[in-house]
Design a binder for this molecule. Structure first.
Ligand SMILES: [Fe+2]
Length: 222
């Protein structure tokens, strides 16, 4: 598996408080079957002023040795940086973006379309937080966004998951791991694999790998 959303770097955001805690989270992901991870600290300067490219790269270097770790960020729609190109996932054209709980879901496709028009491929982080209504999720996708769901949510989703899977609404499943939270990847993978092995491979491996390779998720070059 490849995890594209993880708060594993220490002393930057609400991730671990020290290097030991950071190593623990990476080891946990590894034990769940993760072979590569994109570290995605929150880019919210008001709340987490220590999140800079230099600090992120240094933390990644310190954490090396368990599995490959790529540089990434979880952008917040209310704090988008001007130099967006510097804050993509693994240096690709993909950006991971979250929204305030107060953002109406009708505004989300407007924001993602703007990112798309600028040449980025927006991935909505934990899209399930903003809506589980099929029509709304389809509008998100129609704007050019891809949808990431958290593994922990997948585990507890029940029958709606089958609907979402059948309609090919979900593009990525990631851990969004923080200290004290479960990764949930192995269990979520088992559940999705129960529906379709091919789909599990796509959501947990092929689509994330396309992000790292900066290829379209259907495999074509960007
Ligand atoms: Fe996150």
């Amino acid at each position: 598996m490849i995890d594209i959303h993880a708060h594993i770097l220490n002393n930057l955001d609400d991730g671990p408080e020290d290097l030991k805690g950071a190593r623990h989270l990476v080891s946990l992901l590894h034990s769940e079957g993760v072979e590569m991870v994109i570290a995605t600290p929150h880019l919210i300067p008001e709340r987490y002023p220590d999140v800079t490219k230099t600090a992120v790269r240094r933390r990644i270097r310190e954490l090396e040795g368990i599995i490959p770790i790529y540089e990434g960020y979880e952008l917040h729609a209310n704090y988008l940086p001007e130099n967006l190109k510097d804050y993509t996932l693994a240096g690709s054209d993909y950006v991971l973006i979250e929204f305030s709980p107060f953002t109406p879901s009708s505004s989300i496709p407007i924001i993602t379309k703007r990112l798309k028009d600028k040449g980025f491929i927006p991935i909505i982080a934990h899209a399930e937080r903003y809506s589980l209504e099929i029509g709304t999720l389809k509008r998100f996708k129609k704007s050019g966004a891809l949808l990431q769901f958290n593994a922990e949510t997948i585990i507890n989703m029940g029958t709606i998951l089958y609907k979402l899977i059948k309609l090919e609404i979900i593009d990525f499943i990631a851990s969004d791991i923080h200290p004290g939270r479960k990764a949930g990847l192995r269990d979520a993978h088992t559940i999705v694999k129960g529906y379709s092995e091919e789909l599990a491979n796509r959501l947990f491996y092929l689509n994330p790998y396309s992000v790292i390779k900066n290829q379209k998720i259907d495999g074509g070059m960007l």
